[in-house]
Design a protein around this ligand. Structure first.
Ligand code: FES
Length: 152
């Protein structure tokens, strides 16, 4: 059977009827129809599915939605508006922090989460902090520069 789960997604309260084993990622993409969060590996290894839960970044593919009763979820759709990008989105645009774009939602959400963690701005710190987000195109130098622009 299903269970009732209350989530606040990008500031909007939602009451959802979910199978207990639906991942937060599938809940976002298939139930709530927020497809900006991407599914790469579905095994916690690529970071394409990164979202913020109460401000902390997680791989949403590794977490059951029902574990997040009452939590605040922020996805890429919750950052900025079409009229005004979030500073991290603007920085990724300015520094070409992507090529194919598949990992970009996860990169940007992860970078926003990282800003609240005690990382320094040096290249090696940013790379370490972002090591859970894989970019198969290898846009890392530009991703690092984009984050440093916001970080400093
Ligand atoms: Fe979740 Fe790859 S889809 S880490």
């Amino acid at each position: 059977g299903t269970q009732t789960v209350h989530l606040s997604i990008n500031g909007k309260r939602q009451t959802l009827q979910l199978e207990p084993r639906v991942t937060l990622l599938d809940c976002l993409r298939e139930v709530v129809q927020l497809t900006g969060t991407k599914k790469g590996c579905d095994h916690g290894q690529c970071g394409a599915c990164t979202v913020l839960v109460n401000g902390r970044r997680i791989n949403s593919c590794l977490s059951f939605a029902a574990m997040h009763e009452g939590d605040e979820i922020t996805t890429i759709e919750g950052l900025g508006t079409p009229q005004e990008m979030h500073p991290m989105q603007a920085a990724f645009v300015e520094h070409d922090g992507y090529q194919c774009g598949y990992c970009t939602s996860g990169q940007i959400v992860s970078a926003v989460g990282m800003l609240k963690e005690p990382w320094g701005p040096a290249d090696k710190d940013v790379r370490e902090a972002m090591s859970g987000n894989i970019c198969r195109c290898g846009a890392y130098p530009n991703i690092v520069r984009a984050i440093q622009m916001v970080r400093s």
